[in-house]
Design a protein around this ligand. Structure first.
Ligand SMILES: [Zn+2]
Ligand SMILES: [Zn+2]
Length: 651
């Protein structure tokens, strides 16, 4: 009896015995019926499996629902199969390429039969068919097949795309999955049955060359998304609508912040005056904190000798996919557009001898860098070819590493607090536990650095995910991911330890033992880049920037042109208090002016007429908060400045 049992270890450490061959879903069933209905996949010893696949050995088990990233991936991947099945029924003779998941949903690349076409008006038909198939509660059945068998199946079907894929696979590793009348070549895993898909939406169509090669035939890419509940689909569509409204490319134009000109070049943003001022305020905000934290400003050129990047290793790694070297009339003289600031900062460190007493040294620069991105990859301010990093490099001794990490984290957390990115998560990326050959630097230093990061995060009371094997070859790192107002995740802020560049640039300091030692380098950029950060901020705030940052804080609305003079005077007075205001003296009704300026997201509207002018006062309206009554100008100015001071206070 005992020999037919296996031990299953649950995530909380509990161990339970089950009969050999039991599946994840059956184990879920033994816990509760409700749970079993929600399980979409499992992981066995860290590998994601079908929840229906028999478990034959002792194993660590995790159950995934749709809410889990792994569960969602399996759910959407399985949905791609169902969409393919639906398309096959609606368009007999259709040939299928690949059908992977994407951030939101999935797609399938299909080759429509001769004479057939797909447009938006077909979406409903496909959705209905998919729902019909899901109601059949078809089970996904996994079979291992030989290569010969696999080739035979798809030769009979006449699907040359699948044949090409099979030809690239090794015999003995091939599996088919069948649900209903549909069989696909697939590694899996999949959901237990199609019945758990309750809501379906076909989103869009696109053209896509087979295998991304424009020499191949162009297939039709059909995008879709599915959910286990109708409510989730409706929420998703609402978020999508909201995201469109908040799109930084759209708001950037409306708020007159930045512009792209094909004449200047693709992916090269032009900052308009309002955008430039906003960016300057962000920079000054960070510069002030950095000054308090002992950072020293440096400035380096936009190009650098090619040899600099040969030394740093960037040329070998990225050279071929970068902007190509700039040549001069001089023979053999080659420069690169600066792809990163680090090598320049290393040379500043090297400019003079350094002692252990000088460390840590923190060089900061809003450094503009240029990286070639394919034109298809460019996207507003989030993917550009030229951008400015809020860069800094800290050179320190091993015993200072933890302290420096804590300080950088203080800056990052301060920024998140001030800009109301309240929902964030952190990831610590460490070395692979087994294979250590791919990392440079001594074991001793790595252990110190990894412990420093882990301790620093613990000391700050931050919960972090630890990922082994995710470190760069040159050092461990800590990444911050924020969730914006729509629940979308953005990577902002990274702190990275580097043993590589100090080695390559032969950085040294004289220790207390009078011997030469190598410093450790930390790269950090809390914003990431100004371009990307402003884009995220626009979408997070829907363009309603915080008071201290917004381009125009106050608009003054004279009730009639009789009061234009007084309105100007108010504006001048406010300027003395560093408050950014302007007078809307258009010949319009005040009601219209209020509406127009509220649309421009200006935080304060001041209305002035006869009474205000006589008393030397203003009537204050706050955006989204209505009438605040009549006030003295000085009192209003102090109120604004106090509010800003409170927001920016470093607690
Ligand atoms: Zn599949
Ligand atoms: Zn760097």
């Amino acid at each position: 009896m005992k020999k037919d049992m296996i031990k299953i270890t649950f995530p909380d450490g509990a161990v339970k015995e089950f009969e050999k061959g039991i599946s994840g879903i059956e184990i879920a069933q033994s816990i509760s019926h409700k749970l079993a209905k929600e399980v979409v996949a499992v992981s066995i010893n860290g590998e994601v499996w079908d929840a229906t696949r028999p478990i034959t050995n002792d194993a660590k088990l995790k159950l995934f629902k749709f809410d889990d990233a792994e569960g969602q991936d399996v759910f959407w991947h399985s949905s791609a199969h169902i969409m393919a099945e639906a398309l096959e029924q609606l368009y007999p003779g259709i040939k299928l390429g690949i059908g992977p998941t994407v951030d939101n949903g999935f797609y399938y690349d299909v080759d429509l039969p001769e004479g057939a076409s797909l447009t938006d008006s077909d979406f409903k038909r496909i959705e209905d068919k998919m729902l019909e198939l899901s109601r059949q509660k078809n089970v996904f059945v996994r079979t291992e097949v030989s290569k010969a068998e696999a080739l035979k199946t798809f030769t009979e079907k006449g699907d040359e795309y699948k044949l090409e894929l099979i030809n690239d696979l090794e015999d003995g590793t091939i599996t088919f999955y069948k649900q209903g009348q549909f069989t696909d070549l697939c590694r899996g895993p999949h959901i237990p049955n199609t019945g758990i898909i309750k809501a379906v939406k076909i989103m869009s169509l696109a053209g896509a060359y087979w295998r991304g090669d424009e020499k191949n035939k162009q297939l039709t890419r059909v995008y879709g998304i599915t959910f286990p509940k109708q409510k989730l689909l409706l929420e998703y569509l609402e978020r999508l609508e909201e995201a469109k409204k908040r799109d930084h490319r759209k708001l950037g134009k409306e708020l007159d912040l930045f512009h792209f000109s094909p004449k200047v070049g693709m992916g090269l943003p032009l900052w308009m005056p309002k955008g430039a001022q906003l960016r300057e305020r962000l920079e000054n905000f960070l510069k002030k904190v950095q000054k308090d934290f002992g950072y020293l400003p440096v400035i380096t050129p936009h190009i650098g000798n090619k040899d600099l990047y040969v030394t740093s290793g960037h040329y070998a790694k990225y050279g071929a996919d970068s902007f190509q070297p700039i040549h001069t009339p001089q023979e053999n003289e080659e420069y690169l557009l600066k792809p990163m600031n680090c090598p320049h900062h290393c040379e500043i460190y090297n400019a003079r001898p350094r002692s252990y007493k000088d460390l840590p040294i923190r060089f900061a620069e809003f450094g503009t860098v240029y990286r070639y991105e394919q034109s298809g990859e460019l996207h507003g301010l989030t993917r550009v070819r030229g951008f400015t990093q809020d860069d800094a490099h800290i050179f320190c001794r091993p015993d200072q590493l933890k302290e420096e990490f804590l300080k950088v984290m203080d800056i990052v957390l301060y920024i998140f607090r001030v800009l109301k990115f309240e929902d964030f998560s952190t990831q610590i990326s460490l070395r692979d536990k087994e294979d250590r050959s791919k990392y440079i630097g001594t074991d001793e230093n790595w252990e110190k650095a990894e412990a420093a990061i882990v301790d620093a995060v613990k000391e700050k009371g931050i919960e972090a995910v630890v990922e082994y094997g995710e470190a760069a070859f040159y050092g461990p790192k800590l990444d911050f991911m924020v969730k914006d107002a729509l629940g979308r995740k953005w990577q902002l802020g990274t702190i990275q330890v580097d043993y590589n560049l100090p080695e390559r640039f032969e950085l040294e300091y004289k220790g207390s033992d009078n011997k030469m030692h190598r410093p450790i380098m930390i790269h950090r950029a809390p914003f990431g880049s100004m371009e990307r950060f402003v884009a995220v901020l626009i979408e997070h705030t829907a363009g309603k920037f915080p008071l201290w940052l917004t381009p125009e804080q106050v608009v003054i609305l004279p009730l009639s042109e009789k009061y234009n003079e007084y309105a100007k005077k108010v504006s001048n007075l406010l300027e003395n208090y560093d408050i950014r205001s302007f007078v809307d003296d258009r010949n319009e009704k005040v009601g219209k002016k209020i509406r127009d300026n509220e649309l421009k997201r200006i935080p304060f509207l001041l209305i002035v007429g006869e009474k205000e002018q006589e008393e030397g006062k203003i009537s204050v309206r706050k955006q989204g908060d209505g009438d605040k009554g009549v006030m003295e100008i000085e009192k209003f100015a102090n109120m604004i400045n106090e509010e800003i001071e409170k927001t920016l206070a470093f607690k």
